[in-house]
Design a protein. Sequence first.
Length: 204
Amino acid sequence: MSTPTAVRLPDSTALVVIDAQVGFDAPSWGRRNNPHCDRNIATLVSTFVAAGRPVVYVRHESASPKSTLHPQNPGNALKPYLQEHTPDLVVTKTVHSSFHGTPDLDAWLRGRGVSAIVIAGITTNHCCETTARVGDNIGYEVWFALDATHTFDRVGPDGATMTADELSRATATNLHGQFATVVSTEQVVAAARAPAARAKPSAE
């Protein structure tokens, strides 16, 4: 098995965990991919917390009372493993982009000098991909931890079903080299644990 290519995260990098909510475990969503997604998200969170890097949780609140993600339904809750840590910020949103929620994610990141984000969460091709695109468009360096996301099979306008794996590959292809750098959890963990670069002392 080949060793993954090493990546270097900027020192000012935050982890943004999108919509890792109990409601996505409901059978009504259909067949999903990547059974290791939750384990990988948990690994990223614990790594960033241990490294003293910012961690942001994003929670979706559906307007439909029938949705598992409606705020009055149990499915709106964050997954239990996220509750083992206290994030630096919790953003609530009603649309796909995490940059269009409350509080203002962009203002919060810039106020802390954050220039890069690692994206993980649910679902790959909806809120995670949208957040990556918007993040790149407004000036962030975006790292997309593909194996720390998952999605579901989806029927297209032609009536054909694209599998969750196919949709995940399509997202990776759309984003990589355009809106983000697609990486693995292993690559991000290694980079996040690396010691921060220290400025060389000036000559006196």
